[in-house]
Design a protein around this ligand. Structure first.
Ligand SMILES: Cc1cc2nc3c(=O)[nH]c(=O)nc-3n(C[C@H](O)[C@H](O)[C@H](O)COP(=O)(O)OP(=O)(O)OC[C@H]3O[C@@H](n4cnc5c(N)ncnc54)[C@H](O)[C@@H]3O)c2cc1C
Length: 417
């Protein structure tokens, strides 16, 4: 990624809030009051950037370094915004404290106040609750997603706080921008206006609890590369009721006629239901996103796949995309659940550069220290990891310990939280 593109997200996260703070910088007030007001505007600008980064547009995501990177910055700016907004009433109370403790207390516990102040506190409480939920990984995904989306309400209360305080400029343009971003996200991504129509062409079982679905485009097909993922929503067909939500799946192959294939493992409600999908079911597909496996082919590579995380690797192998010695370490719970295993064995037998090492791990994380090649074997390899976040999180330090530089460890987590 070029330096300009790499810098674009940090710059966006600094320039927009700084612009707000400069515009609204108060004159002639005490230091604490000035800092309190500036903290409020910084928080406001950061929240706007955070909102902007949840919009899923293929070209924007590609330019900014991928959807995963955008979501990382979406979370970062959201957390820093919260800290700045928390500092806002505390600094205003500190200013009041200089005059009298009662005045400071009034700012912190605004019982006698009215909606202009209450709406600010409500926004802060909703923001705090929303952020707590954001970090609760154990919550079922659907509940997590709805509660996380509730943060949009916190933003609207925050803006209401400014409107009720009588600050029209630049609040009304910010309010309009926030509403526009939320409406854009709802229409393009949740209602699927950014997605293209496809139809299920065929379905085949590739392991216990995993199927591979071929999707034929009904209009122009989207362009995807091995290693990328698409967001797919299955609708209702003759004997199938789709759950209608968009879920991310790595493409397992891309045919010349635009037919895409995805491997789907039953990991939750929707993917379990998808196991009974049949040809003819309409689908909507958005993407493609991501740049995993997209770099120039390095001298030699180590690929580690955890379970269904093997999908991007099979896509590249099917496309005949390896030109350098590659070791694929494929970890799965049981052989019956290992998707594409027979095909991988056949590919390894006929692909000179490919070495396949398969490991049945059972339910527990395997002993990575024992499994990974020695430091001198890894030497100059680039490492590509794909699978559940717990696995990639355990692999990264184990590889670093073997002297692999962080920039040579590339990974795709099958989770966006
Ligand atoms: C970049 C990426 C690529 C993926 N590629 C594949 C693939 O090739 N094959 C495959 O079987 N699975 C893949 N997954 C995982 C797949 O998206 C989830 O298994 C699926 O969405 C689960 O949905 P559910 O309703 O059945 O289960 P739920 O019980 O709702 O979710 C199970 C877990 O899946 C994740 N998840 C659920 N919905 C979403 C969503 N809309 N966006 C992001 N994560 C979600 C959450 O971590 C959740 O804890 C990929 C995930 C990501 C992020």
């Amino acid at each position: 990624m070029s330096l300009i593109r790499w810098l674009s997200l940090p710059l966006l996260a600094m320039v927009v809030p700084a612009g707000f703070a400069v515009w609204a910088f108060p004159q002639g007030l005490s230091l604490a009051r000035t800092a309190g007001i500036v903290a409020g505007w910084l928080g406001c600008g950061l929240l706007l950037v955070s909102l902007l980064l949840m919009v899923r547009e293929v070209e924007v995501a590609r330019w900014l370094g991928g959807l995963e990177r955008m979501y990382r910055w979406h979370h970062r700016t959201g957390v820093v915004a919260y800290l700045a907004l928390l500092a806002h009433p505390l600094l205003l109370a500190a200013d009041g404290f200089a005059e009298s403790p009662a005045l400071a207390w009034q700012a912190l516990a605004p019982v006698d106040e009215s909606w202009p102040v209450w709406s600010g506190w409500l926004a802060l409480i909703l923001l705090m609750a929303g952020l707590t939920i954001t970090f609760m990984r154990r919550l079922p995904y659907r509940a997590w997603r709805w509660l996380h989306a509730g943060l949009g309400v916190a933003v609207l209360f925050g803006l209401l706080h400014l409107v009720l305080l009588g600050i029209d400029e630049p609040v009304l343009p910010i309010l309009a921008a926030a509403m526009l971003i939320l409406a854009w996200r709802a229409m393009r991504d949740e209602l699927g206006l950014a997605a293209r129509p496809y139809i299920v062409e065929s379905v085949r079982r590739v392991a216990a609890g995993t199927i591979e679905i071929s999707l034929r485009p009904l209009a122009t097909s989207l362009t995807a590369m091995p290693g990328q993922f698409v967001l797919v929503a299955f609708l209702t067909g003759a004997n199938y009721r789709g759950c209608g939500e968009f879920h991310p799946f790595s493409v397992s192959s891309i045919d010349r006629n635009g037919v895409l294939r995805i491997g789907v493992k039953a990991l939750g409600d929707c993917t379990r239901r998808m196991q009974s999908i049949q040809p003819g079911v309409p689908a909507r597909v958005q993407g493609a996103f991501g740049s995993f496996l997209a770099g120039p082919p390095p001298a030699s590579q180590l690929w580690v796949a955890g379970g269904i995380g093997v999908t991007p690797f099979i896509a590249l192998l099917r496309a005949g995309g390896i030109t350098s010695p590659t070791l694929l370490l494929y970890l799965y719970k049981t052989e019956a659940e290992a998707a594409f295993l027979a095909e991988l064995r056949a590919l390894a037998a006929e692909t000179p550069f490919l070495t396949l090492q398969t490991v049945e791990t059972g339910e527990l994380l395997p002993d990575l220290e024992r499994l990974l090649p020695d430091a001198h074997c890894l030497g100059c390899r680039d490492c590509y990891l794909c699978g559940p976040p717990e696995l990639t999180a355990a692999l990264k330090p184990a590889l670093r310990k073997r002297g692999i530089a962080a920039r040579r460890i590339h990974f795709e987590n099958f989770d966006f939280r």
